[in-house]
Design a protein around this ligand. Structure first.
Ligand code: 13P
Ligand code: SF4
Length: 354
């Protein structure tokens, strides 16, 4: 990841207040009630009065810049419902980045997602509202780590999670996301498959696949915090609850859950099943973003926050769109190789109807 100085928030504030009226406004908030209706259960009216001027300014500026905002499912409701043009999991956002007609993509997500967008759309300007929005998985492995694994398991293909840097993608044979990992691993010709960098996703995939999956010992700081005892306790206290876990959770946690899937897989499951009570064993915004759509579902906590995803705010989105700072750069040679791994995943996913 390229390093950049930390965003000076007081500078951001000064610049924005020169060009936009961002004073909290109950009147403006009321005039945007259609948008607010999507988050009423989780965003208070005073908070909406603070967000509304930013939402209005961002949506107007998007038109001027011919920009789209790709919002990950872990974005907070005011970003997810207020300004995102497309929302989804990592696979859906990667596919959208390659298709979307725009001059500018603002990635409301973490840095590896912005890099993936740039790799798939090198001609577009890709803006990252905060360059410090990393990912513990992406930071756990380098291209040298991939080569170490190749030396240890000669001939085995490397399937790297999209939660990796462009360099790691370039050193891999194919990428995967949590929504296609089992199918991608199963499609490899070799009996042994190397998965990087998420040890838990790899073990969960191994449990559903006929391959010998060997893996790198990385983990997600959000999902590794859950324990199987947590889930057993939650179920004992709430016997009717449906426990729904992301596959970045350890396998003994997934084993206690009623369903496991990618962020979009989780949303689909809850929308279809509409359980009376649901606990999403994943990032907190997931439940917030569908709370209003599914008033019949009682979402119970706790959840865990991703400190990287939470670096993305309306203020930073408006700032990068205004200044065009935060442009994501990927070395052309690295991007060419990384594109092959990402494109191989997209092509295979399309072929398999995923
Ligand atoms: P999804 O591909 O399921 O959206 O996961 C991305 C991620 O970072 C989850 O922690
Ligand atoms: Fe990375 Fe975990 Fe945050 Fe997803 S939730 S971006 S895997 S640290």
């Amino acid at each position: 990841m390229e390093t950049s100085p930390l965003l000076d928030l007081s500078h951001v504030h000064t610049v924005l207040s020169e060009f936009y009226d961002l004073t909290p406004s109950a009147e403006l908030a009321a005039s945007m009630s259609e948008t607010y209706a999507k988050m009423e259960r989780v965003v208070t009216p005073p908070d909406w009065a603070v967000y509304a001027p930013y939402v209005r300014a961002i949506n107007a500026l998007k038109k001027e810049r011919n920009a789209v905002i790709l919002g990950h499912n872990y974005m907070t409701p005011e970003i997810f419902h207020g300004v995102s043009d497309f929302v989804g999991d990592s696979l859906q956002l990667a596919m959208k980045a390659g298709e979307v007609e725009a001059d500018v993509i603002v990635q409301a997500g973490v840095h590896f997602m912005a890099e993936t967008s740039k790799i798939l759309s090198p001609e577009k300007t890709v803006l990252m509202p905060d360059m410090g929005a990393g990912c513990s998985l992406a930071e756990s492995i380098t291209a040298e780590g991939v080569e170490e694994m190749r030396a240890k398991y000669p001939g085995a293909p490397v399937v790297s999670y999209v939660n990796t840097t462009a360099e790691v993608k370039a050193a891999s044979d194919i990428c995967c996301t949590s929504s296609n990992a089992v199918q991608i691993v199963n499609a490899m010709e070799s009996d042994t498959v190397i998965m990087t960098p998420d040890q838990y996703l790899a073990q969960n995939v191994a449990n559903e696949s006929h391959k010998n999956v060997v893996f790198w010992p990385g983990s997600c700081i959000v999902h590794e915090q859950y324990t199987p005892q947590d889930l057993r306790d939650f179920r004992q206290w709430n016997p009717d609850v449906r426990l729904i876990a992301h596959p970045e959770c350890p396998p003994n946690v997934v084993a206690e859950a009623d369903f496991s899937g990618s962020t979009s897989g989780i949303l689909k499951y809850v929308r279809e099943e509409k359980p009376k009570q649901a606990m999403l064993i994943t990032e907190c915004s997931m439940a917030s973003n569908i709370a209003d759509e599914l008033p019949q579902v009682d979402f119970i906590g706790p959840c865990n926050m991703c400190p990287y995803m939470k670096k993305i705010t309306l203020e930073k989105i408006l700032y990068v769109l205004h200044t065009m700072e935060g442009q994501v750069v990927v070395d052309a040679l690295v991007a060419d190789k990384a594109r092959q791994s990402v494109q191989a995943m997209i092509d295979l996913s399309r072929k398999l109807g995923l």
